[in-house]
Design a protein around this ligand. Structure first.
Ligand code: CMC
Length: 439
């Protein structure tokens, strides 16, 4: 194959099939920032060959205006705004509006959006009964995956994905109800009464309230912890075409309803290589036990045969510090200081691990840096959130990203069902042999 650029205005890539006289010229597309992209859509028609890219490391699956990552520079932008500015100056509801609608809201737009989300936080009372069907010790990710999928059975009035108004209502419902469902999954697991949402609280405060309050006690939000929760939600709100978002888009490309698509996203998020990593980091730190065991653990990680990974390290796109990890580390210190925790052995161990890993050739050569999950578990643990809820919290935050990406996809006129191809390496055609003539 050969490639050539023909002029600055409209570059193309020419692909020639060696050994034949067939070639095709493919357009090169440019986004507003980021690397150019070769449009291979006519490759199969022209040359009869597909492309092969397991894990999609070199394939753009869609056009999107929502989130941009420069993995080499460690940059993350939501609708063009740097994550650092949003984490510092905005809040989760404003960021949700930004992700969904593309621009920062005016004061009245923000107020209307905040109110719209707040007034959809209750779930249908009959949805409560779903929780009773789960074993008490069920993982809350299993519970929220089931219950979010079940929302489709309750909201028949907004399942027509071709109606913009119904899409809008579904988006509000998902963003508003996911904290209620998540908090109830936790309450169910510890046998405490479900707490109904409170409309006088902010999104983050209300979530903490539903997680931590009990009917017999009064409950007041702690501003530092609410701010930390809000920041965690902002940092996790979207991350372009990651595994769970791509799952939501693929499910949505079939015309499936948004509740089913988000349930599919939750299922994909659960894996330890993705959202499950925050839970896995704490498990890993617990198993290492103390700082003197870190060098031994690091050599295990470097041993190919051990299949041990340094959880919370590495990323498909970031080949530099994950900007979210930097903010998480700062927030971690703030939260521990607010809670009067002077000595947190897990934090000490995480920082020592980071120091050792960042000076080790194995990690340097592979450009492995801490990702968002490395410090988030320590903050959440300090805030009293149980480990099994860490990935659930990620799902609560990511729901707005999934919903925004799903809406963008449905509203894209060029949208088609997602349908990858394959290299078939199985048996070629053969004739059936009756069982009595086999062996
Ligand atoms: N510990 C040790 N080695 C690693 C790690 C790690 N955490 N991550 C990657 N590597 C090695 C990997 O073995 C490979 O080595 P080699 O070239 O010798 O075969 C090299 O680095 C390249 O890694 P890769 O597996 O090809 O990278 P990937 O893009 O397919 O995987 C990842 C990305 C995030 C799945 C992986 O880095 C990982 O499993 N990290 C630990 C889990 C984790 O923290 N996940 C959270 C990601 S951020 C939040 C989110 O997405 O939800």
């Amino acid at each position: 194959m050969s490639s050539s650029a023909t002029g600055a205005a409209k570059p193309t890539v020419t692909v020639t099939l060696d050994g034949s006289n067939r070639s095709t010229r493919l357009p090169v597309l440019s986004g507003s920032i980021g690397p150019d992209v070769v449009d291979i859509r006519k490759l199969y028609g022209d040359l009869g060959v597909f492309t092969f890219d397991p894990g999609y490391g070199a394939t753009a699956s869609c056009e999107s205006k929502i989130t941009y990552i420069d993995g080499d520079a460690g940059v993350l932008l939501y609708r063009g705004y740097p994550i650092e500015q949003l984490a510092e100056q905005s809040d989760f509801i404003e960021v949700s509006y930004l992700l969904m609608y593309g621009d920062l809201p005016t004061p009245s737009q923000l107020e209307a959006f905040r109110k719209g989300v707040t007034y959809h936080t209750m779930v249908h009372e009959q949805l409560r009964r779903f929780f009773d069907g789960f074993r008490r010790d069920a993982h809350p990710m299993a519970v929220i995956c089931g219950v979010v999928g079940a929302l489709a059975a309750f909201y028949h009035d907004n399942l027509d994905i071709n109606d913009p108004h119904q899409r809008e209502i579904a988006a509000y419902r998902l963003i508003a109800k996911i904290p209620t469902i998540a908090a109830w999954a936790y309450k169910y697991s510890i046998g405490q009464p479900f707490m109904y949402p409170r409309n006088d609280l902010s999104y983050a405060e209300n979530f903490l309230y539903m997680l931590n309050a009990v009917p017999s006690e009064s409950w007041k939000p702690n501003p530092i912890l609410s701010r930390a929760m809000d920041r965690i939600l902002v940092l996790h709100a979207d991350h372009e075409q990651n595994a769970s978002t791509s799952t939501v888009r693929l499910a949505g490309s079939t015309g499936a309803n948004p509740f089913a698509c988000v349930a599919a996203g939750i299922a994909a998020l659960w894996g330890p290589a993705h959202g499950g990593a925050n839970e896995a980091v704490l498990k890993m730190l617990g198993e290492i036990g103390s700082p003197e065991n870190i060098p031994q653990f690091i050599s295990e990680v470097k041993d190919k045969n051990s299949h041990t990974k340094l959880m919370g390290f590495g990323h498909r796109v970031y080949k530099n510090f994950d900007p979210r990890a930097k903010i998480m580390k700062e927030t971690c210190h703030e939260v521990l200081a607010e809670l009067g925790i002077k000595d947190e052995p897990l934090l000490d161990m995480a920082m020592e691990m980071e120091r050792i890993a960042l000076s080790d050739d194995y990690f340097i050569q592979r450009k492995l840096y801490p990702n968002v999950d490395f410090y988030s578990g320590i903050i959440l643990k300090a805030m009293g959130i149980p480990t099994s809820m860490f990935t659930v919290l990620f799902a609560v935050a990511r729901t707005v990203g999934w919903v925004s990406q799903w809406k963008e996809m449905i509203e894209d006129p060029s949208q088609r069902i997602g349908r990858p191809r394959q290299i078939y390496t199985g048996a070629t055609q053969r004739d059936y042999v009756p069982v009595d003539r086999r062996g």
